[in-house]
Design a protein. Structure first.
Lengths: 305, 288
């Protein structure tokens, strides 16, 4: 178990280091950053001043190691536009993105677990096919469009929910539903497959032979085993949702981390952009690690020698 | 999995209705994409400010010359929809070609060579998955300016993970089969074994992945265009049409409903076809 943990940790650190390098290269893609920050009407002197003020006149490698060195101590640099520490900016906006992500995940689980169980119990019936259809529909739904449609129907026509902003918990319901759509297909399929596999196993046959009730067999024995991969994937899905929430934050004007990144891209505020890419990647890596650990704790077979 | 499980599902493969629906949707979309200039009733770029936001055929007061109405600049919506289909298909296919070349190459190499190479491939896949796709694609297009070529290359460089995962695992299965051993014994080169023995035997799996990737690329292009950092205007991308219609959606909801439904139906069709192909190939595998 200890070796497994160490190996997993080493890979995670290496991945984070690679993403850091890529994020740095990404923001240098446009060539001369000083020119693009200064804008089209800047004079040569303006550009020179910006280049010196932001340390862009140093060799690229020096800039890189400077950034990495500071990032390791938690210092992600300073935003050009907001005139504030990047870490403060991200910390301020993170609660909104996290709330959105968790709301989406909870909605996704509440929908997909019962659907998956239902489809597995009624395998190869009309009901099973309907559930699989729902998964396909979810997969084909453009999230930003669903958001707009919900705004028109639930927001404007029915007046049930606020259309945009972050004033109350109701503001997170619509974006949460939209975000959940991206995770529902995978979670439903996984629950269904896990339940089908569990229902065909020897321990379920034993449970049946003991004369246990159907509900007890399904929920206590089968679901407990089918849930292991689902819980693990749910953690990974949360990582994807946090990364993908940028579109939904934009649609619903939720000023989370994705919105911050979106604004910063438009303003060439590259310290913020590279920091958000890094932070989201690190969160994803951490969540996959949690998922792997959960798998290992719950299923001893995966720990290896 | 036993044979009984395979046979338990009635009406599988090409027989299944859903696969046919998918094939028909994809067929119509491909025809629209190819024949777009011949099909459109109006010039999709021609603006007519006297005919702004005309309503589509199912509403009161429609103009029969404009079946799906017009947008906020008086451009014929049907014509823009058909050209938008062309852009979606074009981007979906080209992105998948790029991502397929990358993903299949590294996946097959990892699965075939194993050892250190495979470790590196696994690491590349893990790293790729940790990168937030939408954000990075937005950043690249935002920094370098929007163009179709850039968009295709960016998405292609980001979406190879599923190809790599599937190519790697299927290559590992095929690598140990008897006919590969026979080819080794016959003195075939590594390249020949990869191209003549391994690739044809994993091709069916890769085709299924390709359909899913085309669908994903189309959705991502629409999302990026919606955010203003995808296909540059005035090109009629469906995502861009939804973005342009957003300001009018509370009074004229159909300006976002029409391109959104088109997008949904096309992606659904591709996924239905992909699922059908998976079943079809799956049955083939158990037959032989």
């Amino acid at each position: 178990m200890f070796n497994f943990l160490i190996r997993r940790l080493v890979v995670a650190v290496l991945v984070a280091a690679t993403v850091m390098t890529l994020a740095f290269i990404l923001t240098r893609l446009s060539g001369d950053l000083a020119t693009s920050i200064a804008g089209p009407n800047a004079t040569q002197a303006d550009i020179e001043a910006i280049r010196q003020a932001y340390g862009l006149d140093r060799p690229v490698l020096a800039q890189f190691f400077d950034w990495v060195g500071r990032a390791l101590t938690g210092d992600l640099g300073e935003s050009y536009f907001f005139k504030a520490r990047v870490s403060t900016l991200i910390a301020e906006r993170m609660p909104i993105t996290l709330t959105l992500g968790l709301t989406g995940l909870v909605i996704a689980l509440v929908v997909s677990l019962p659907l998956g169980i239902l489809a597995a119990v009624r395998e190869n019936t009309g009901l099973d096919r309907v559930v699989q259809m729902v998964a396909l529909f979810g997969q084909a739904m453009p999230s930003f469009w669903l958001g707009l449609i919900l705004m028109i129907t639930l927001g404007l026509n029915l007046g049930w929910l606020p259309i945009s902003g972050t004033g109350s918990w109701q503001h997170f319901v619509m974006p949460g539903i939209v975000l959940a759509f991206s995770a529902i297909p995978a979670l439903t399929r996984l629950t269904r497959a896990g339940m089908i596999q569990a229902m065909g196993s020897d321990y379920i046959r034993t449970a049946r032979a003991k004369g246990l009730s159907r509900a007890s067999i399904l929920l206590k024995h089968a679901l407990r085993n089918a849930a292991i991969p689902v819980v693990a994937i749910a953690a990974v899905q949360l990582g994807f949702m946090l990364g993908g929430s940028i579109v939904i934050e934009q649609v619903f004007a939720l000023h989370g981390v994705g919105f911050l990144a979106w604004e910063s891209i438009g303003k060439n505020d590259f310290p913020v952009v590279q920091a958000v890419v890094l932070v989201l990647a690190v969160i994803y890596v951490a969540l996959t690690m949690v998922a792997d650990l959960m798998n290992a704790v719950l299923d001893p077979r995966l720990r290896g020698p | 999995m036993s044979v009984a499980v395979v046979n338990a599902g009635p009406r599988r493969g090409w027989k299944s209705v859903s696969t046919w629906i998918g094939a028909i949707i994809v067929g119509i979309a491909v025809l629209c994409a190819i024949l777009a200039p011949a099909l459109v009733p109006h010039d999709p770029f021609a603006q007519d400010l006297d005919k702004r936001l005309l309503v589509p055929f199912w509403m009161e007061g429609t103009d029969p010359a404009y079946i799906l109405g017009t947008d906020q600049l008086g451009r014929d919506y049907l014509s823009r929809l058909i050209y938008g289909c062309r852009i979606s298909i074009l981007i979906g296919v080209t992105v998948t070609v790029v991502s397929g070349l990358i993903g299949i190459t590294i996946g097959v190499l990892g699965g075939f060579l194993g050892g250190r190479v495979d470790d590196a491939v696994l690491f590349a896949i893990t790293t790729r998955l940790s990168i937030p796709v939408v954000l990075v694609a937005l950043a690249v297009v935002g920094l370098l300016g929007s163009s179709m070529t850039l968009l295709v290359l960016t998405l292609g460089l980001l979406l190879w993970d599923r190809f790599a995962v599937v190519a790697r695992s299927t290559t590992m299965q095929v690598r140990n089969l008897d006919f590969v051993a026979a080819a080794w014994c016959a003195g075939c080169s590594r390249f020949r074994i990869l191209s003549r023995e391994v690739l044809p035997n994993i091709a069916s799996h890769l085709v299924v992945v390709a359909t899913l990737e085309i669908a994903l690329a189309i959705l991502l292009e629409a999302a990026l265009s919606f955010l203003g950092l995808g296909v540059p205007p005035p090109l009629p991308s469906w995502g861009l049409m939804i973005a342009e219609g957003k300001d009018y959606m509370f009074f004229s909801p159909w300006v976002i409903v029409i391109p959104g439904v088109a997008l949904f139906v096309l992606v659904l069709g591709i996924n239905l076809l992909g699922d059908g192909l998976r079943d079809l190939f799956g049955t083939h595998r158990t037959d032989t």
